[in-house]
Design a protein around this ligand. Structure first.
Ligand SMILES: NC(=O)c1ccc[n+]([C@@H]2O[C@H](COP(=O)([O-])OP(=O)(O)OC[C@H]3O[C@@H](n4cnc5c(N)ncnc54)[C@H](O)[C@@H]3O)[C@@H](O)[C@H]2O)c1
Length: 361
């Protein structure tokens, strides 16, 4: 692939353009907002000049509701030989592309599963797609040329191609992204009116569950309205689980022992189902989940402490598989949880203690 047009030079379009220019592809930038295209060009993402003739691939990187309209316009102008888009939902844009009579042989839907909470070209980064899944949604109409162009785009951006049906994609993202976003927001909303003393007790659990509740409501309004039916289906199942969990919790207070036992069994069942689901989340590099052991180090809140710790773990020959940091409310220390292979625990604990680190049991 030698020439690409990016239509919509926001976060995703400019990130793809930066990745492509970095690989020697000539990129032509367009945006309804000329400032956005100029900004992208000034970042080294390509040129705002029009290409001489049709480019190899045009990437439509505009909001989902505009994909059909923009694709139809680009095809009318003969902008490219193949077209793809990057919208976070796939069934709606596909229906619109068909309704507008676009050429579907030279178009393939796509969704890079990467992003940031910020938008616009200034938030773009060439490496955001590295190692991330990039879903492609071909239909029986899709020609080989469009499929190959999209696969080459994904490879040039460092993504991992995953071919899926558009409706299956939308159900999948409802399950793994859209419904979790709303559930995180709903839990965080409980804190809105909570007593200050209660909020001060927030620990790592509530921080983990509510991290994405800080997302932009307007951006998410668009995403959720484009996938409303699939998200509503998941939340309806969640509501059923919540209903039976509430019943089980109330039963724990019942006078009758049989009812109390049924309540306890209900709670245990939902917790066990959660364990099973959580264990299915892929581990590092998409590998099957691996069980690591956690070593917790108590760290003073001083510049360079984290770097010194990582350096010394490296000197002990131990690979850190994952790391989380827990901040203690109102204290000048943090707990650093280092996930390591089981065989590394003994040398790591011994080595760190010898070097004066405080470890939590
Ligand atoms: N933000 C994410 O995390 C993320 C992740 C994956 C996919 N996506 C998808 O990528 C697409 C772009 O999202 P973004 O986050 O880059 O948004 P953004 O707001 O940063 O950029 C969108 C750009 O499209 C331009 N635009 C709007 N209408 C246009 C038109 N008719 N013609 C040309 N340009 C037009 C806007 O001016 C803007 O610069 C969306 O479809 C979104 O669903 C976003």
């Amino acid at each position: 692939m030698r020439t690409v047009a990016v239509v919509g030079t926001g976060l995703i379009g400019t990130s793809a353009a930066l990745a492509l220019t970095g690989r020697g592809v000539a990129v032509y930038l367009e945006d309804a907002d000329p400032d956005a295209a100029r900004t992208a060009a000034s970042l080294g993402a390509g040129t705002t000049e029009a290409p001489d003739g049709p480019v190899d691939l045009a990437i439509i990187a505009v909001p989902p509701a505009l994909v059909g309209k923009v694709l139809a316009d680009c095809q009318r102008r003969g902008l490219a030989r193949s077209y793809t888009d990057v919208a976070s939902v796939k069934a709606g844009p596909r229906a619109e592309v068909a309704a507008l009579g676009c050429d579907t042989t030279h178009y393939i839907g796509g969704h890079p599963m990467a992003g940031r909470e910020r938008s616009g070209p200034l938030a773009a980064r060439a490496d955001i797609f590295e190692g991330r899944p990039w879903v492609l949604t071909p239909t029986p109409d899709t020609g080989t040329e469009a499929l190959n162009a999209a696969l080459e785009l994904v490879a040039l951006c460092g993504g991992v191609p995953i071919v899926m049906d558009a409706a299956a994609h939308d159900r999948a993202v409802a399950l793994v992204s859209h419904a979790p976003q709303l559930l995180s927001s709903i839990i965080a909303a409980r804190l809105e009116q909570a007593d200050e003393t209660a909020v001060r007790l927030c620990g790592q659990g509530v921080r983990d569950v509510t991290r994405i509740a800080a997302s932009d409501p307007l951006l998410w309004g668009d995403i959720l309205s484009a996938n409303a039916a699939a998200v509503a289906d998941i939340l309806q199942e969640v509501a059923a689980d919540l209903g039976s969990t509430v019943t089980a919790l109330r039963a724990l207070q019942a006078a009758d022992e049989g009812e109390r036992r049924a309540g306890a069994a209900g709670i245990e069942a939902v917790m066990r189902r959660g364990n099973t689901g959580q264990a299915r989340i892929p581990g590092k590099h998409g590998a099957p989940p691996t069980r690591y052991e956690t070593v917790t180090v108590v760290l003073g809140d001083q510049p360079g402490e984290l770097g010194r710790l990582f350096g010394e773990v490296g000197q002990l020959g131990v690979n850190i598989e994952d790391v989380t940091i827990e901040h203690s409310t109102g204290q000048q220390v943090g707990h650093v949880h280092l996930d390591v292979a089981a065989s590394a625990v003994r040398p790591l604990v011994g080595g760190l203690r010898d070097r004066g680190w405080a470890l939590r049991d």
